[in-house]
Design a protein. Sequence first.
Length: 430
Amino acid sequence: MTMQLDKTKYKLLSTYSGKIYEDSGWMLEAPNEDKPGLIRAVYTKKQLQVKDNSYGIYKFADWLPIHRILAGSSAPVTYKSEGLAKKLGLKNLYITFSGYWPEKDAFMKTCSFKETEAYAVCARLEPKDKHVLVVASAGNTARSFARVCSDNNIPLLLCVPNDNIDALWFDEPLHESVKLVVSRTGGDYFDAIHLSNIAVELQNFIPEGGAKNVARRDGMGTTVLSAVTTIGQIPAYYFQAIGSGTGAIAAWEANMRLIEDGRFGTNKMKLMVSQNKPFIPIHDAWKAQSRPLLILDDELARKQVEEIDAKVLSNRKPPYSLAGGLYDALIDTQGEVLLASNEEGKAAAKLFKDTEGIDIHPAAAIATATLMEKAKTNSINKDAVIMLNITGGGEERFKHDKELFFLKPSVVFDINPDSNEVKTKLLDLY
């Protein structure tokens, strides 16, 4: 597929200083600023023109900071709920589904909205760029980047906790451009990030950037673009489970662009974000009305992460405190941070499958559980337009009758490994 991409279609705004910058190619933060803050893409086109479904996620290319179109993408799909909505007594519940559900025209082969990030981030790379992209992940992000980079022959180094590598399943073998290293059993996402930080000190290795990468956030923001352009208006409530909170920040940013568009209303969605008990650092900071995250003991955090079903919600250093981060998004939208247990998540997943007809990931089940609780206690307006972001689903459906291939680690590192040893072994891989 060919599409003319205008490289001057966006600039980058510092959310801390308000300064505007040209994108130097892989800018992840504003230069020479004395306090941390996210940068945000400001697009020349103020009204979004949605292309047809054959473009996949690139149907929203007007508001993606990309330099090329990659093969194999699928966009999030939004539809009005009947079954779950009726069960919860909600008049205007819309479900935005990212995953595999052919009957709904949802064809994400990794079954997660992390594909929206991967297709946007990798398309931000210039076509001739030969850097090795370094990605740290608790699972779904790694699977999505692996799929996209394998299909498009982009060099990728994945850093993942060994306990999470069962998430690295595929329906076909991956291209050799994709390599995996892991932190040993007992490590968590924080340890994977540590490995990635060492890797990017090497020449020719560049960090994907996480929440700091405008492409990652604007890729995730396509969930909201899907919802609003389908519904015809900006919802009153936005429900999503969070690990880092990057998806919620992305939703807030997309919301602001849609207000500026002028066709969909002027309201800000109330961010209703959720965490999986007992790992709840964002909830605890928000409840304490604290911009800084509260101090969390490493060993206790690891123990809590082991206990939660939704492992992808286990980020210990989320982009919460910095300018333009989750704290600011929650303040601006008068948002709430909600909680659900493993048991409540399991019950929500069962109800979703019974009423809507598809399996969903544990994180999406946590979001659904909090919506159920809010509806049960009449804590939300049941006539309001509600967006439920189902961030992963259809995995059981996708795996049915398919032979699966698992990505094996090239190197297993200890927790807190010697950085020189890490660098030597990584260079040997390439």
